[in-house]
Ligand binder design. Structure first.
Ligand code: NAP
Length: 322
């Protein structure tokens, strides 16, 4: 099988393009299923800016057409939610026109098009004493959103990401995987993530301010790769939510991170999104529920966030990956 990974220098793209055939990924999938999973020997082609821009229609379609892939994985995108809010044309260009170009390439080559979506598809405010009658407000303990839940995007980012999903599903064969948030190794090109920020803080400060008014579910990029590989093997199509059925706040994650890494002298201060200076509407609750995913035979069982983070820290420390 030939796989093209678009946005290969981003957080997710890096994991997908570097570890697609890694035996440890096969072992991780095997451990979740209890079966025997052999490492794959697929051809993986990484594509990223500046050589490959999904918005350059002719170039993008011809490049992918020449490669004749079986799978096009679109891990590109712009995740800077506040920044995009005042740049709707940029958002529409990358998340709309860019994905449309990949759809054309998928149609011409007969490839499966894989697109990623986010929990921001379901905007909610944090429930408070004043907002009990507000239909946009949600309790931190509420069940996650399932694949069939009505979407409700609020930011330019969320609206255009949903547009990406819609366009991708017009391809003859498509898969849309939504998740809440990611952690994993980053390159200088990645938009970064909370765990990466925590690593960077170690040498700089003993006190760090982290949001405490969001409920999220962080997923390790390697687990997204494992889930994707099992969905492709199962010939799955349509929208799937990826979740390890666990939730946290960024503050709780930071506290666990420092404890797990043995830094007991670190102070984590909880701050609100308002104090942080968030400007675009960002959801207070991006927890998902995976009803459809759970029904796929052989689907990788995604671990809870603490297990995944712990595994990532072990893997990183052993210098076996990255
Ligand atoms: N990160 C999360 O917590 C999260 C949560 C839910 C869903 N997602 C989704 O998961 C996917 C991957 O996210 P990520 O965190 O890995 O993103 P990321 O680290 O920001 O990486 C995105 C990559 O896309 C590239 N890119 C941007 N515009 C491009 C274009 N026009 N043509 C080709 N490549 C382009 C970027 O290159 P440059 O850096 O050179 O611009 C970057 O390498 C995205 O669809 C995102 O919306 C992410």
């Amino acid at each position: 099988m030939k796989v093209v990974v678009v946005g290969s220098k981003g957080t997710l793209g890096l994991a997908l393009s570097q570890f697609w055939n890694d035996p440890r990924v096969a072992s991780r999938i095997a451990a979740s299923s209890g079966g025997d999973v052999k490492p794959t020997n697929d051809v993986v082609v990484p594509l990223n800016l500046p050589d490959f821009d999904i918005c350059s229609r002719t170039h993008a379609i011809h490049t992918i057409g020449d490669l004749r892939p079986d799978v096009i994985v679109n891990a590109s995108g712009i995740n800077l939610i506040d920044w995009l809010e005042s740049r709707p044309n940029t958002a529409r260009n990358v998340h709309g026109h860019g994905v449309s170009n990949l759809k054309t390439a998928a149609r011409q080559t007969g490839a499966l098009l894989v697109q990623f979506g986010c929990g921001e598809a379901f905007y909610r405010k944090r429930l408070s004493a004043e907002s009990t009658d507000d239909p946009e407000a949600i309790s931190p303990d509420a069940p996650g959103f399932s694949e069939t839940e009505l979407t409700y995007p609020a930011s330019v980012y969320a609206k255009t990401k949903l547009e990406s999903e819609r366009i991708a599903q017009e391809a003859p064969k498509s898969l849309v995987l939504r998740f809440s948030s990611l952690f994993g190794e980053t390159s200088e090109y990645s938009s970064g993530n909370l765990v990466n920020t925590l690593f960077n803080s170690l040498a700089r400060t003993k006190k760090i301010s982290v949001l405490n008014d969001r409920v999220i579910e962080p997923l390790w990029t390697i687990d997204v790769l494992c889930a994707l590989k099992t969905l492709i093997a199962a010939n799955a199509r349509g929208v799937y939510h990826l979740t390890g059925n666990s939730r946290t706040t960024p503050k709780e994650l930071a506290e666990y991170f420092f404890k797990r890494c043995g830094y007991r002298d670190r102070e984590v201060v909880g701050i609100s999104s308002e104090e942080y200076g968030v400007t675009a509407p960002q959801s207070a609750f991006t927890v998902l529920r995976s009803v459809k995913y759970d029904s796929v035979e052989g689907a990788y069982k995604i671990p809870d966030w603490k297990t995944a983070l712990s595994d990532y820290l072990d893997w990183r420390q052993s210098h076996l990956i990255f």
